[in-house]
Design a binder for this molecule. Structure first.
Ligand code: NI
Length: 426
């Protein structure tokens, strides 16, 4: 089935400080088949969405670091530092999570993410078979890894084995899923095991998703300079390593090209962890930085639009520089970069032939008065919000449209998630 977006504005992060376009865009067989200027005759299609210049289409957001099922833990242990929050509030409740609870908690997260324009999310958690099932059932896209932590003897080995089996079963499945190995953090995985995990990543040709230097305490306890730690662990020679947070990683360090960073500004602010020097990394020419919300119990939203706005504003204030982190850069980080660093090709830009993971935005609102091709990206990032979203499409199919979820049972998910929350907090 083909869908025509007739006379809509389009913009993506590729058009840094350049103009948005007013176009007809045809989506067919899951891809962007054709983009024509709006003054040309539109192609025919089964479904036509008539924009009249009052709708915009942007690429779907890629939430590059989250723990989806932590929707079930939202609000627990508010206003505490990271370690206190993890050890006293989060880990004891996580012990009570069953595969079933994680399944419904993930689906509940997906309701939030789809309504706020996310088409793909990178998830580090447990019981990832059930997470994969939720993702495939909905037709959403995800990069999945099991969080690997030390605990009882043999726990790391078992988690690693489980991760490899996850990859064998789901990596590349329906083009919707990629799988990574997910050592949790330097403070939960000893160096000897980091080396084993990195060797496994190399031999199985998998990427790594890793929390790195979220807090100052983590930097102080690392025992090695960060670049030495990364090198010794083997992270410089895996296919790719995506470092979440990196708040305390110094931008003067030169990183090899397989290392990508994931900025989580809201979670870092809320947990009092600090501010990643995004502006300094961008100034240095580092372009492989994606954006994530982190889990719902440390953000507390799973709203990538809000995260994009936060990322665009935060470093302007910190550096006292209004030119720092442009709206287009923030949009690119929130879309294309996340897809790229998690192994999803041809997603996150609006180009003919690219995959139709898209968000439909209503511009017919008071806060868009004055919007045009010149300023659309800035309007979206600074004035807009996820409340302007009318639809979220993955592979050319609507997964969210005007409050409805064609592939998900909203009421069942909310009821099951509520019941799970009650059980784990008894
Ligand atoms: Ni995290």
């Amino acid at each position: 089935m083909a869908t025509l977006f007739k006379d809509v504005f389009i913009t993506d992060g590729s058009r840094a400080r350049d103009k948005a376009r007013r176009v007809h865009m045809l989506v067919s067989k899951g891809r962007i088949a054709e983009i024509l200027d709006a003054d040309k005759n539109p192609p025919s299609a089964d479904k036509v969405i008539a924009g009249h210049g009052k709708l915009a289409v942007i690429p779907g957001f890629v939430n590059a670091h989250t723990h989806a099922a932590m929707t079930l833990l939202r609000g627990l242990g508010e206003e505490a530092p990271l370690m206190e929050w993890l050890q006293n509030k989060i880990w004891p409740v996580e012990e009570k999570l069953t595969p079933e609870y994680i399944y419904w908690g993930t689906l509940s997260a997906m309701l939030e993410m789809l309504a706020t324009g996310t088409t793909c999310f990178a998830d580090m958690y447990f019981e990832m078979d059930r997470v994969a099932e939720a993702v495939l059932g909905a037709g959403m896209r995800a990069a999945l890894c099991r969080g690997i932590t030390a605990g009882a003897p043999g726990m790391i080995e078992a988690s690693l084995q489980n991760s490899i089996e996850l990859a064998e079963k789901f990596h590349g499945r329906e083009g919707l899923i990629t799988v990574q190995l997910g050592p949790h953090a330097p403070y939960t995985v000893p160096m000897d095991y980091m080396k084993i995990i990195c060797e496994a990543a190399k031999s199985h040709n998998l990427g790594i998703h890793f929390h790195f230097l979220e807090t100052k305490g983590e930097l102080d306890g690392l025992g090695l300079p960060p670049e030495k730690y990364l090198e010794e662990a083997g992270l410089f020679s895996v296919p790719y390593a995506n470092l979440a947070h990196a708040v305390w990683l110094d931008p003067s360090i030169n990183l090899p090209e397989n290392i990508n960073l994931i900025h989580n500004p809201t979670s870092n602010l809320k947990l009092g962890s600090g501010v990643m020097p995004l502006g300094a990394w961008l100034e240095k020419g580092t372009n492989n930085i994606a954006l994530g919300t982190d889990g719902a119990s440390s953000n507390n939203r799973l709203d990538m639009w809000a995260e994009m706005r936060m990322a665009a504003l935060l470093d302007k204030g910190v550096k006292q520089d209004p030119l720092c982190v442009s709206a287009a850069e923030a949009l690119k980080m929130a879309t294309y970069e996340g897809a790229k660093i998690f192994g999803f090709a041809q997603k996150g830009m609006l180009e003919e032939g690219w995959v139709a993971d898209l968000v439909l935005v209503n511009l017919d609102k008071p806060h868009y008065i004055g919007v045009n091709e010149e300023n659309l990206t800035q309007y979206l990032v600074y004035a807009g919000s996820s409340a302007d979203i009318e639809g979220t499409m993955v592979n050319g199919k609507w997964l969210y449209r005007n409050g409805n979820y064609p592939t998900l049972d909203y009421d069942e998910i909310v009821n099951k998630a509520k019941a799970a929350r009650e059980e784990i907090t008894k």
